[in-house]
Design a protein around this ligand. Structure first.
Ligand code: GLP
Length: 242
């Protein structure tokens, strides 16, 4: 694990964006794994800036997102597909058909999950996976006790995650979907590079346990200790318990 601590989230995101940009310049057909949540927004803004000001070219890039709520149509205000379209895809020159987000409305969820895994393999595997981290250490929606061998599948959100994410649903936990589709931890570990972002004091406990604690399913991100290329870009607040 490489832990890069910057004075704030903006500077950390700019540093992370340089890693993504280097890959895209060296490998125009790069396959990126992307994340939602508030954390990667500064990274996406920086990638948009690099596209507009420095011509960073996404025309041949393929993306796979980590997760999606079950039961939210793609155009729902809080669907992760919509989040990605608005926060990044519509603002760079990526081809929409090369962007993948699990389908939260799939009639046959297990089949859709298997197809998602297959599509990643057919694309050549993920070169670089962007990750946030939940306050309980989840990555994607792989909640504590998720199997380290897990692949894309349906998951039930923990009460903690429902409470954390209620802020996006007018503060109303009842409106937060309780199920999701998420890449598995095995899927994430197959990425050639994992780039985890964490900002703010609220993430300090999860970061300390992930980096300095034992590798255990109760702290899903801790498995990254075993990843050959895991880079953490975090701010001083998220690093405060290290
Ligand atoms: C959700 C997402 C995760 C994300 C987490 C943290 O649960 N599924 O991928 O890492 O939220 O969100 P935030 O970045 O808003 O703190």
């Amino acid at each position: 694990m490489e832990i890069i601590i910057k004075e704030n989230g903006q500077v950390a995101s700019e540093a992370a964006a340089r890693v993504v940009a280097r890959l895209v310049r060296e490998k125009p057909h790069a396959v990126l794994g992307l994340a939602t949540g508030s954390t990667p927004l500064m990274l996406y803004k920086e990638l948009i800036r690099l596209h507009r000001e420095e011509g960073l070219d996404f025309s041949q890039v393929t993306t796979f997102n980590l997760d999606e709520y079950i039961g939210l149509p793609a155009d729902h205000e809080q669907s992760y597909r919509r989040f990605m379209n608005e926060s990044l895809f519509k603002r760079i020159n990526i081809k929409m058909e090369n962007t993948h987000v699990p389908d939260g409305m799939a009639a046959d969820v297990p089949a859709a999950c298997a197809a998602y895994e297959q599509a990643i393999v057919e694309a050549g595997g993920i070169d670089l996976q962007v990750l946030g981290i939940g306050s309980d250490g989840h990555v994607g929606f792989n909640e504590p006790t998720s199997s380290f061998a897990s692949r894309t599948r349906i998951k039930t959100l923990t009460r903690q995650t429902v409470a954390d994410n209620a802020r996006f649903f007018c503060g109303d936990e009842c409106r937060v979907p309780k199920h999701c589709i998420t890449m598995g931890i095995g899927t994430i570990m197959d990425a050639r590079m994992n780039l985890l972002l964490a900002f703010g004091e609220g993430k300090a406990g999860a970061i300390a346990a992930t980096v300095e604690g034992g590798v255990a399913a109760i702290m899903p991100a801790s498995i990254l200790q075993h990843h050959p290329c895991a880079k953490f870009f975090i701010d001083e607040a998220a690093a405060s318990k290290l």
